[in-house]
Each structure stands twice: as structure tokens, then as C-alpha cells.
Ligand binder design. Structure first.
Ligand SMILES: C[S@@+](CC[C@H](N)C(=O)[O-])C[C@H]1O[C@@H](n2cnc3c(N)ncnc32)[C@H](O)[C@@H]1O
Length: 348
């Protein structure tokens, strides 16, 4: 029997935006476009794998879930799995590989994945959350947008931290379906007393959103800015989604240097062919100020290690270790400084 997880999640998204539109008319613009956004992601003409991904989600078994802990580093859905459920679930989740952002665990108990399925993702996204979370203003009761949210791992953590509503956006068809697979097992565990889900996913890029929605108290953009050809446009688009006084959390690749230092890789950077601007922290702060943000502060700088980003059973392609100079891990294969990330917090 097939489940209706995706249909249900989409219905919850419509209802959430309808309720929101009663207070914030700009949400009507989102509602108008939602049928197109949700239709496009299912269209085989746009995404050849869409029907296969949908089928994998729809075949996930119903489990008796005992507890869901959205605050655990390995986002854990405690449930009992019999051997056949375990095999079936593992096989279906593996059809949604590569799993990059996580980790997740389905079945077993927190800290004990003996009887559960541990989705050991390429990234220890929990480490990024540990670096970012202590510096955030409270998320309790806030409306949050996570731009480029990948599988949704951080979005679930934001709900776990008490956000009223989380909307994750990301144009990836695969990551949308990974989110739906996790949603299938989370069920109503993130819901309000009214039963309305708090965590939602819209499969669109930031540029597709109505420009000046001003709907969100906190907007996250983590790991996206360096992929954008026009960083200032990205900053303006993020600003347009924030309420006045709202908080921006921006995490991106940086290099050492002063306020005038910016690296534009000529070709690839760490083998990625879609990397454009890597500023120094000082330059990045200057960009945010130029874009009109206030109280701009850098709260964390960290090198990315080959323990944080690595090949696993759930992501079997090349990973960071293959993208660094084998003789000098402080450099990428192309000879640029190895990945270093900064987290900036600012207000609108
Ligand atoms: C490096 S991953 C970062 C994922 C996650 N935010 C994190 O920090 O771990 C970048 C994500 O941004 C998404 N992305 C790329 N362009 C985007 C855009 N224009 N708007 C929103 N998301 C975008 C990609 O699909 C990808 O999932």
C-alpha cells in the first residue's frame, strides 16, 4: 500500500500559508505560485528522476513511532522495526542517495542505532549547527526561512529549537524527496497543538520567491552565497524576506585577508565548478553593511575537516579528502586555500 505523505505535507503547507495570509497579505503571492512550484517538481520533463523519488517515498512503511527528538544531533525517530521493515526502509532510502546533509536515524533509540537505520550522511551537519546555534537570537515562536536547506536537517533542528514555523527552500528535486522521506517518519511530531505541521519545504530557489515578502523573523542562508554569481542580489533577496528588525544568519566560504580581499576562482574550487565569490570576513562584513544590514558580526570561523565532510555508505562519490592537495591539506587540488567557513549574524 502506498502512503500519502507528500500529499499531506503539501496540504499542510497550503493551510499554513492560508492562515499566514490572513495576517500578512504578502503570503497570498506565495499561495498564488504554490501550485506551479509544487507541480514543476513532479514534472518528469523538468526532473527525470522525480517519479522514481516519489515512488520511493510513497512505498516507505508505516512504523509505530515511539518518540521523535528534533533536538538530537543524530536526528532520531525512535521506533521498533522488524527485519522486513528494516530491509524495505533501508532499500527505499538508498534509492534517494546521495544523502549529503544529516545525520538521521530511523528506528532504535537515541544513541543506539543497533536496531535502527543510521543515515550516515556525507556531512556532519550537526557540527555546523553546534557552531551556529549558540549565537542565534531565540528561535522560539519565530517564523523562519532556511534558504538552500538541502535535506532539511537544519530546518528540523530549527523546529526543535522552538520555531513556530520553518519553511525550507531548495531547488533540488532529490533533497525535496529526502525531506519527504524524513517527514514520513516524523509524522505529526513537529506539529502545533492544532495539529498543523511546523516544518515545510518548498522546492524553489530564493530568486523564485516574491521579492519583498517580509514574512520571516529569522532567515538562514548557509552554504549558498559562494554558489551565487551575484552575491549582492542574493543579500538583497534575503533582506526582502525578513521583517524589519529580523535576523539574518549567513554562513559561507571565506579566505584570509583584509576588507579588500576577495577570491574569484578562475575555474573550479575544490572541484566544484559553480563557486564564484570567496571574500575575507572583513570584506563580507562590508558587503552586508553595504546591503543595508546593521549589527553585522562574525560569530564563528572554522576550517572544514575531512571528518566533517567525507565519503560514507550513504554518499559514495568523492568527498573533501579527494578535493584537497594530497601533499598539502591546507590547499585545494587547484592550489587555493582549503575550505574555511564563517558565520555572520546581522539585522535588518
Ligand atoms: C552547500 S549546500 C548547503 C546546505 C545546507 N544549507 C548546509 O549549510 O549544510 C547548498 C544548497 O543550496 C541549494 N541552492 C543552490 N542554489 C540555490 C538558490 N538559488 N536558492 C536556494 N537554494 C539554492 C543547493 O541545492 C544546495 O542544497
Amino acid at each position: 500500500m502506498l502512503n500519502d505523505t507528500i500529499l499531506h505535507a503539501e496540504r499542510e503547507l497550503y493551510l499554513t500559508l492560508l492562515v499566514l495570509a490572513q495576517q500578512q497579505p504578502s503570503a497570498y503571492e506565495w499561495l498564488k505560485q504554490l501550485p506551479t512550484w509544487l507541480g514543476d517538481i513532479k514534472d518528469k520533463a523538468n526532473y527525470a528522476h522525480a517519479p522514481a523519488y516519489q515512488a520511493s517515498v510513497a512505498r516507505l512503511p508505516e512504523l509505530t513511532v515511539n518518540n521523535v527528538n528534533l533536538n538530537s544531533d543524530t536526528l532520531t525517530i525512535e521506533a521498533s522495526l522488524n527485519e522486513s521493515q528494516r530491509k524495505q526502509t533501508t532499500a527505499l532510502l538508498k534509492q534517494l542517495m546521495p544523502w549529503r546533509k544529516g545525520p538521521f536515524q530511523i528506528g532504535g533509540k537515541i544513541g543506539d542505532d543497533e536496531s535502527g537505520i543510521k543515515i550516515d550522511t556525507e556531512w556532519h551537519s550537526d557540527w555546523k549547527w553546534q557552531r551556529v546555534a549558540p549565537h542565534l537570537g531565540t528561535l522560539k515562536g519565530r517564523r523562519v526561512l532556511d534558504v538552500g536547506g538541502g535535506s532539511g536537517y537544519h530546518g528540523w533542528r530549527m523546529a526543535g529549537a522552538g520555531a513556530d514555523t520553518v519553511i525550507i527552500i531548495d531547488p533540488s528535486c532529490l533533497f525535496y524527496h529526502q525531506f519527504m522521506a524524513i517527514r514520513h517518519f516524523v509524522g505529526t511530531a513537529d506539529a502545533h497543538e492544532t495539529g498543523r505541521y511546523r516544518t515545510h519545504y518548498i522546492p524553489v530557489p530564493l530568486e523564485a520567491l516574491p521579492e519583498h515578502s517580509q514574512l520571516f523573523d529569522t532567515v538562514f542562508s548557509m552554504g549558498v552565497l559562494y554558489h551565487r554569481q551575484s552575491p549582492f542580489e542574493h543579500l538583497q533577496q534575503l533582506k526582502g524576506q525578513l521583517v524589519k528588525g529580523g535576523e539574518l544568519v549567513l554562513e559561507t566560504l571565506v579566505i584570509e585577508g583584509d576588507a579588500n580581499t576577495v577570491l574569484v576562482p578562475h575555474d573550479r574550487y575544490a572541484q566544484m565548478n559553480n563557486v564564484y565569490f570567496l571574500p575575507s570576513v572583513a570584506a563580507l562584513i562590508g558587503w552586508l553593511e553595504k546591503a543595508g544590514f546593521t549589527d553585522v558580526r562574525c560569530v564563528d570561523v572554522a576550517m572544514t575537516s575531512t571528518e566533517e565532510q567525507r565519503k560514507t555508505e550513504w554518499m559514495t562519490y568523492h568527498s573533501l579528502a579527494d578535493f584537497l592537495d594530497p601533499n598539502d591539506a591546507t590547499k585545494t587540488l587547484e592550489g587555493y586555500p582549503a575550505p574555511m567557513r564563517a558565520t555572520i549574524i546581522a539585522n535588518k
